[in-house]
Design a protein around this ligand. Structure first.
Ligand code: GUN
Length: 286
């Protein structure tokens, strides 16, 4: 069997086209242009690329975009002051602090993210939004896992009643993915670095989500024939070579459908960020 290729660009284009329509209707009906502010601290090269891509997507869709570059030695207080300004800035409907933060403020990450107005929290990381997701009141939801869900929905892949297995329990992907799949009536198992007999569990998965951050971690013997395999990993194994968490070449002959890396769910993350920014602007209309 050769798996169906789930290409991110097709789904991302559909989500962005819908967001663009929403931008136009917000402008026509309410004279409001959705605005996104992205704060980047320091010079992390990968982060700079991600932030530039976000800015470009905003421009494509007619979303107002501000990139705030703060020096590497910025203090927690400086970041909180910047967020405070954006929380009160009526041109800005979405605020994103690009992670990772530099080491000297890394331990302050939770306090910094919690300072973002929950209605402007387009990353969906604020405890209020996490709590809403966990209690079935989806509000602003983390972009990468929501991108995986939208991709399944747009590809016509049924979620209800399926066995879904997630490898990875991060706050950004694994945990929100669990809630999103559970809310859509999948039977969900979350595996992690201490899971025993991992392959025996992953082989039960109709939908397998890999979010471990280890190149080629998921091998063909871990996959049920015909399964849908979603690869959230982005691992740089050489200066110009990115690979996922899934051994794509081997797994594609076992799976029923598979996302490539690059060119898979990574493209959906930004599309959902645009969607969340428009949604946040709508929430703030009153
Ligand atoms: N760095 C890598 N992924 C993300 C993300 O989803 N949000 C933020 N803010 N930073 C990131």
């Amino acid at each position: 069997m050769t798996a169906k290729l789930l290409e991110g660009k097709i789904f991302a284009a559909a989500i962005k086209a819908e967001a663009k329509k929403q931008v136009e209707s917000l402008q026509q009906e309410f004279k409001v242009t959705p605005g996104l502010a992205v704060i980047i601290v320091g010079e992390n090269p990968a982060s700079k690329v991600y932030v530039a891509n976000k800015h470009r997507s905003c421009e494509e869709l007619g979303i107002y975009s501000e990139v705030i570059e703060m020096p590497i030695d910025s203090t927690k207080a400086m970041l909180l002051a910047q967020i405070d300004e954006l929380n009160h800035n009526c041109k800005i409907h979405g605020i994103l602090v690009q992670l990772p933060l530099p080491p000297h403020i890394h331990t302050d990450e939770a306090e910094i993210l919690d300072f973002i107005d929950p209605d402007k929290d387009v990353d969906g990381f604020h405890p209020i939004n996490v709590g809403k997701l966990a209690t079935g009141q989806e509000h602003l939801v983390p972009c990468t896992p929501m991108g995986c869900i939208k991709m399944l929905e747009l590809a016509g892949i049924e979620i209800a009643g399926k066995n879904a297995v997630i490898i990875g329990r991060s706050n950004i992907v694994g945990k929100p993915m669990f809630h999103l799949l559970l809310a859509r009536d999948a039977t969900v198992t979350v595996c992690h670095s201490r899971t025993k007999n991992l392959a025996a569990i992953t082989k039960q998965a109709d939908i397998l989500v890999a979010a471990v951050g280890r190149p080629h971690f998921v091998t063909a013997d871990m996959v049920k024939p015909g399964a849908v395999v979603i690869d959230v990993g982005i691992n740089r194994i050489a200066p110009k070579k990115l690979v996922g968490d899934v051994d794509f070449e081997a797994v594609k002959s076992v799976a029923g459908a598979i996302t490539p890396v690059p060119g898979g769910v990574g493209l959906l993350t930004i599309a959902i960020l645009m969607h969340n920014t428009v949604k946040a602007a709508r929430l703030q209309l009153s």
